[in-house]
Design a protein around this ligand. Structure first.
Ligand code: GLY
Length: 352
């Protein structure tokens, strides 16, 4: 499959103008959320290309990523007179690009859309690769379609509007991409100070991270094989995220992924001899930047049950993407509950 068009630029209006020039369209509509509309949109609102473009503003937050919100978007697209030749610009974090991409993909059987991610997590993950959808019936991303944006404009322009937790959350997905690629990029990621080092350096790291994801998606757009590598850290990470929700103390997605990466690198070491020096470096970086998700052995059975219910588990078996080394991925490894208990013991030794 062809690579998705990705433009790295802090000149968002100029980039949008270039993309739109290549499209035959009669109208443009922006979908954004309350946060992005308040903090990010003003940075580009005054440019001539944005003038007169209607904005559909949805509520912020993952709990609003619902079919009901999509319905309000469809009503407003109708009201704006959107036709099949209309182009949608999704401007926001993962909720906006997931929901806006889905709403556009099925409206009149499909409008084209451009993603302008405003968060680091959105730029390195959600906006790239064509996964669109909404949560349904208590399940994340249960309804959706694979459909790639005709272009994604990646920038660091909006990052000074983000709280530190949001930047760190996105950075965890970059660490994952680093582990899936090569040692030198991964070393650069560990040497970068997320909150203090300059944005030029971050832009360079971000570009590399986006390209790693883009290439994996191009090789396996519908997640039949290699794309499952992108689940590294997410089997344990989703279990931590769900346990945090049960405790009524939600944690940012990327923090759960960071803790999940530590658990899954421990499993990688146990099963595939993943180098222990890298495991210890990652654990130290995660402890310093993300703290720890505190658990006791009383939580093990709940965490294991949550992992069994993960979308990726097949026939009740827990399935993980693990690593034999940086860049050497072992897809679909079945992991026993004894292995997980042993890994959680070591996780507590390393992080607590
Ligand atoms: N977030 C993982 C993927 O896009 O496949």
């Amino acid at each position: 499959m062809e690579h998705q068009q990705i433009i790295f630029s802090n000149d968002i209006p100029g980039s949008l103008e270039t993309v739109l020039k290549g499209l035959d369209f009669n109208k443009v509509v922006i979908i954004t959320d309350v946060n992005a509309h308040q903090f990010a949109f003003p940075k580009i609102a005054d440019s001539p290309v944005m003038k007169g473009i209607p904005c559909i503003v949805i509520k912020s937050g993952d709990t609003c990523k619902t079919i009901e919100t999509a319905t309000t978007v469809w009503k407003q697209l109708e009201a704006e007179g959107a036709t099949r030749r209309t182009v949608v610009i999704n401007m926001g974090g993962g909720v906006v690009t997931d929901l806006g991409g889905f709403a556009a993909s099925v409206f009149k059987r499909g409008l084209r859309f451009i993603n302008v991610p405003t968060t680091l997590l959105g730029a390195v993950d959600a906006a790239i690769g064509g996964k669109t959808g909404v949560n349904f019936n208590g399940l994340k991303n249960e309804i959706g379609v694979f459909n790639e944006a005709c272009a994604v404009v990646v920038s660091t322009l909006f990052f000074d509007t983000l709280p530190p937790t949001e930047l760190k959350s996105g950075y965890a997905e970059m660490l994952k991409h680093g582990l899936l690629s090569d040692r030198s990029y991964f070393a650069n990621l560990l040497n970068h100070e997320i909150l203090t080092d300059d944005r030029e350096q971050l832009l360079g790291l971000l570009e590399r991270s986006v390209i790693i994801k883009r290439d994996i998606v191009a090789a396996d757009p519908h997640e039949q094989g290699l794309r499952r590598a992108l689940n590294l850290g997410h089997t344990a990470g989703h279990a931590f995220e769900s346990l945090a929700m049960k405790r009524m103390e939600p944690v940012p997605h990327g923090y759960a992924v960071a803790w999940g990466l530590v658990v899954e690198l421990i499993l990688s070491h146990m099963i595939y001899k993943f180098p222990s020096d890298i495991l210890h470096m990652v654990a130290a970086f995660v402890r310093d930047n993300y703290g720890t998700f505190a658990i006791t052995c009383d939580d093990y059975d709940t965490l294991i049950a949550l992992m069994r219910h993960d979308k990726k588990s097949i026939g009740g078996e827990i399935n993980c993407s693990l690593l034999a080394d940086i860049g050497n991925v072992k897809l679909g490894t079945v992991v026993s509950s004894d292995d997980i208990k042993a890994a959680l013991d070591i996780y507590r030794d390393l992080l607590q």
